[in-house]
Structures are given as structure tokens and as C-alpha cells.
Write a protein that binds this ligand. Sequence first.
Ligand SMILES: [Ca+2]
Length: 241
Amino acid sequence: MKRLHKSICFLHVWLVLTLGLAPATLTLAQGTIAYYQPPQPLFVLGRMLDLNGDEQADVRFYDASNYPLVYGATKVSGVGTARLLVLPHVWMADGGSSLVPLPAGFVVGPISDPSLLWAAQDAANAYGAALLLGAYDPETVGGGLVPIGPFYDMTAFMGIHFQIGTDWYYGWVRIRGGTAGPSEDGQQFYLNPPAWIVDWAYETRPDTPIFAGAVPEPSTWALLGAGGLLFWWYGRRKQTG
Ligand SMILES: [Ca+2]
């Protein structure tokens, strides 16, 4: 009886260890996530990103600055039927939206929050043209640049829902947003702050949500392996002891 109790305790501890330490990876990284990390972060301006390497771009980043340059902005849209998770600017007459900066662990999947929208490039009210980051010069004496956009000086994930053939997939893209002003080498002045794509991933099972930031994690498998080994060892000890 004591032994059985110990055994249940051990199983419990093992489950807590494996499930508690890595909930995201355990549920969603079981070899079904395709993950990409370029050798260097990709500068976003003018970039088309193909998430799954089928030479069909899925998302594009573009300069939406007003010239003469008093308002610098980078926007992002889905390509083809791809949809991005955005916050529609329902309070603005000319619409538009902001790309939602997702924290790690956010479930990229069907959305129940009515203030958010999966918007394709041709969504109504320009909701498919999502602001990434920008800045403007308020032209007041002594006034500095005013930052705008959810990814200004911030690293976060964007959510994407895109098609491969006829099937739909959920994915995330990690974006690092810079700041307006002189570049580090002083050679450029950014009213339109720079931003970079750090890495991205998608769930290879159609219609299956993915946690923002979830990757196929080798350490999870190591942990599971170690847990399994201990379990085997304990069982063996029971037999021999
Ligand atoms: Ca593609």
C-alpha cells in the first residue's frame, strides 16, 4: 500500500514536472510546429515574408509614410487570402487598424474578443492595413518626435492565419520594433523607425491553434526522456527491491 502510494506520488510529481514546466511545448510542439529563424533578423521595410517556403508570400511590410515626411509609418498586410490579427480603429473615420502585439503564450487561433479581428488585405474600412510602428513630428517648438504604433521600441508576436493550398494554418511572427531618430552609426535618421523579423513558426496541422512563441523544443523531449527513464528505473527497482 505504501509502495502504491509512493508510486502515485511519483507519477504525480512527474506529471507536474513535465506538464508544469512546459505547458506550451507539451501541448503544441509535438513535432507539428514548423519553425524558422534566419541567420540575421530581417529588416522589414519592403519585405514580403513567406512563412512556409512555398514561394507564395504570406505577409508584406510596407512604407506608409506621408511625404513630405512629417509622419513616418510602417504597415503590414496579409498577402492573398492571409489574415492578420488586428485591432480595428473603429473610432477613426478612415478606418485602418493596428497589428496586435501578442505576448508569448497567447493562443493564436479562433478569437472570442469582439474588439479584435482576423483581417485580410481587402477587409472593409482598411482594417487589413495594420500599423506596425511609426513616428511623427508635431512641429511644435521644442517638441520631440511622437512615437506611434504597437511595436514601437518593443518586441512582440503577430498572429497570422494563412492558407497552404486549400487548408488554413495558424502561425506567429516575432517582430522587434526600433525607435525613431538617428541610427546607431549616425548615418541615417529614422522618422519611420526600423523593425526586424526575428523568427516565425506555424502549426502544420490545419485549423490548429499555436501558442505565440511556441517552437519544437528539444529540451522538452529531453525532459520527457529523463522522466520516462526515471519511471523505468523506479519500476525496475520495485521489481528487484
Ligand atoms: Ca507561403
